[in-house]
Design a protein around this ligand. Sequence first.
Ligand SMILES: [Zn+2]
Length: 297
Amino acid sequence: MILDSFIHYTKVDLMPGVPLYVYALKGNHFSILIDTGINQMREQIVGLCKEASPVKNVLITHAHADHIGCNSAVKNLTNAQFFAAGAINWIEDLEIHYKEFCIPSEHLPDSEEQRKEILGLMDGPVHVDAIINEGITFRPDDEIDLVTLELPGHKLEEVAFLERNSGTLFMGDVLLALAAPFFHGFQTARGFRKSLKRLENMINKNEIKRILAAHHPPLDQEGSLKSINDTKHFLDQVEDATLNVAKGIDFPALWKNVCTSLNKQFEFRGFAMLEVQVNELIEEGKLFKEGNKIFRK
Ligand SMILES: [Zn+2]
C-alpha cells in the first residue's frame, strides 16, 4: 500500500491497541525496507518488497523479534544487504536472541510455549552486512536523503531514520506500545529521556514534520509530541512505582509489586526493565541496597 509519494507500507494488529507498521522507501536508484515485521506477516512483507522493488537495503531499527521476523524471507527474495546498529547476535543467532531476551531463570521459567511464542515470530537468522550509527546516510533517490539517528532507550542499540527533505522520521519503538499487557520497556531510562528530549527539540525546530513509528499510526507534529509525552509519563510512572515499593524488599518482590501496581503481567520484559531501573536509581542515590534488600533513601 502507498502512504504517499515514495512511502509504501503494510500493517498488522499484534494485539488490541498495538498495531505493527512496516515501511519501505521506493527510490529511483533502489529501494529500502525498514524492519521486516513478524513471521506471521510474511505474505504482506513479500508483497511490500515486490511493490517497492528493487529492495537493496534492509535497515533494522532494533533487534527485537517483531522487527526482524521476515529477515530470512526478505533476504531470499531480494538478496538485500542488512544494516543494524547493534545486538547483531540477536539477528544472526536466534538461540542467543531467545536466551538474552527471555532470560530464563527460576523467576522466569523456560517453557516450550514461550519458546514457540518468541521464536515463532522470526523466520530465521540472517547475516548483518554492516553496522550503522549516527549520521550514516542512504540516498536511494536524488530526492530521498535518509540519515541515521541513534536513539537509545527502549533498546540500547536503537536507531531511527530521518528523511530530511520531507521531515519524515521512520522509527521502531522509541514511542512505546503502552497498551501491551506486558511492560514494553527500556534498557536505559536515562538514555530514553535524552532521546525523547532530542526528538522534541527536532520537532520544535521543524526538522521532524511527522513520525512513522512501528506501533503507532502516522503521527503529525502534534500527535508526535503527544506520544512523546505518553512515553515520558510511562517512564515517570515506572520510576515512581519502583521508589514506592522499595521498602526493604528483594528484587523479585519489587518486580512483582511494580507489575501489580501498574497492572502489567509478571513477565521477562518487565523483569529486565526493572533491573535497569533499580540500578539507575541506585546510581542516582535514590535507592540503596543492604544485602539483597532494596530501600528508598
Ligand atoms: Zn522493541
